[in-house]
Design a protein around this ligand. Structure first.
Ligand code: SF4
Length: 420
């Protein structure tokens, strides 16, 4: 594993420094940079700003070349701009809303996990995965991005859920994760091919900004990804799925399912108490019908909890006959749970069971395990280890709740982890 710092974003706020007990991205004392990010300013608005500032409109195109050109890391790198205009832009906008990025490599350089520091000191993560060309298949470079700092959903197997909710990301903070990755890729002669909203946060609880960011990512004049190369994921926010259905884009919809039975899903994905699993799958099927796009269902496999024959039967019954595909993902042991990942041979057997029931299924490998493949792990490291007593109480509660769920009883207790 190797790690490196990718500069200090817009050049303001000072260099990151080591914090107590942690040497990754630390918050500089002067972090308060909350000017609007240039990447979320619509081209017409930037042209209007230039004209109001007494500049020719073509200056907006020069800024856009720098923003989307995969080379410039700061306004100072946009050499076509006069210095005085650069200063005015700096005083009004941020060229990059990521103040600093700590990049860690894993999987022999095929996975890069990035911890980004934002202007108010919040930190978020993105993961860049490289898939070399194989046979007929072209090389892919997929970036997994965050939509919120922290997450309110509180899935107990997830390090982000354990951190709790911080705030929604701004459009520019979402887009700038992608710009940062395209610059790193361009330096190696590679191009970004796919973006998935599966990092920190529940995208559909920040849906206005997520959809605005998706529009920028798929705009040919900006990032220019094909809509089919963009995946929006949700843990089951039904109104968000319905809104997407009304728009009927060609984005891939991924539903984080993790359990097919309500009592167990109440425990693993607490949002299930609000939108039960049947409603979620019905809404996702409407999206499939409106767009013709196959829906993906993500299923983290936890030994003895959601990998039993009863779970297999419930999942097969739920998805049989629908245009759906299941991705089985062994649980990553990062959150403070009492559980372990399902062993590989049982994951395979579960996959075979689903396939025999007519449900397309793939077993996914967890990329970047040694650098904290589950979203939120690096941010959790930065937050520090929670008190041992709080961890023990949480584990006991999860044992109790999952045992109740396996008996088919629904629980009402929400859970989180207490941090001082
Ligand atoms: S798995 Fe996703 S929805 Fe659940 S807590 Fe983690 S980030 Fe939030």
């Amino acid at each position: 594993m190797t790690r490196r710092m990718d500069g200090d974003g817009d050049g303001r706020g000072g260099a990151p420094s080591a914090g107590p007990g942690h040497d990754a991205v630390a918050v500089p004392a002067s972090v308060t940079s909350l000017l609007p990010g240039l990447s979320e300013i619509e081209p017409g608005d930037l042209r209007a700003w230039m004209i109001e500032a007494g500049q020719p409109a073509y200056r907006a195109a020069q800024v856009a070349d720098g923003l989307w050109g995969e080379k410039a890391a700061s306004l100072a790198d946009v050499r076509t701009l006069p210095a005085t205009l650069g200063d005015r832009l700096e005083a009004t906008f941020r060229f990059d809303t990521l103040l600093a990025t700590d990049v860690r490599d894993a999987d022999d350089g095929r996975t890069e996990r990035a911890l980004h520091l934002l202007g108010d000191g919040a930190s978020i993560e993105s993961v860049l995965m490289h898939y070399p060309a194989r046979g007929e298949r072209r090389e892919r470079n997929t970036l997994c991005i965050s939509s919120q700092a922290g997450c309110a959903v509180g899935c107990p197997f997830c390090a982000t859920g354990e951190l709790g909710f911080g705030r929604d990301l701004e459009v520019a903070e979402i887009v700038d994760q992608v710009r940062a990755a395209t610059r790193r890729l361009a330096a190696r002669g590679r191009r970004l091919t796919n973006v998935v909203f599966m990092g920190m946060g529940e995208p559909f609880l920040n849906i206005d900004r997520v959809l605005a960011a998706a529009a920028i990512l798929t705009d040919p004049a900006r990032i220019g990804l094909g809509a089919r190369h963009l995946t929006l994921s949700t843990s089951g926010v039904v109104p968000g799925i319905r809104r997407l259905t009304r728009m009927a884009p060609q984005y891939t919809l991924a539903v984080s399912l993790h359990a097919a039975r309500d009592p167990l899903r109440d425990v693993l994905v607490p949002l299930n108490r609000r939108w039960p699993v049947a409603q979620v799958v019905a809404a996702a099927s409407e999206y499939q019908a409106a767009t013709g796009r196959r829906v993906s269902y993500e299923y983290v496999m936890i030994e003895g909890v959601n990998d039993t024959p009863a779970d297999l039967a419930a999942l097969a019954d739920l998805l049989r006959g629908r245009r759906a595909h299941v991705n089985l993902i062994p649980m990553n042991d990062v959150a403070h749970t009492p559980w372990r990942a399902t062993p590989a041979e049982r994951v395979e057997a579960f996959a075979v069971g689903l396939q025999s029931a007519g449900v397309g299924t793939t077993v996914r490998r967890n990329r970047g395990r040694e650098v904290g493949a589950a979203c939120g792990q690096l941010a959790a490291e930065r937050a520090g280890e929670p008190p041992a007593g709080a961890v023990a109480r949480r584990r006991a509660l999860l044992v109790e709740e999952s045992a109740r769920a396996l008996r088919g009883e629904r629980s009402a207790a929400p859970r989180g982890i207490e941090r001082p």
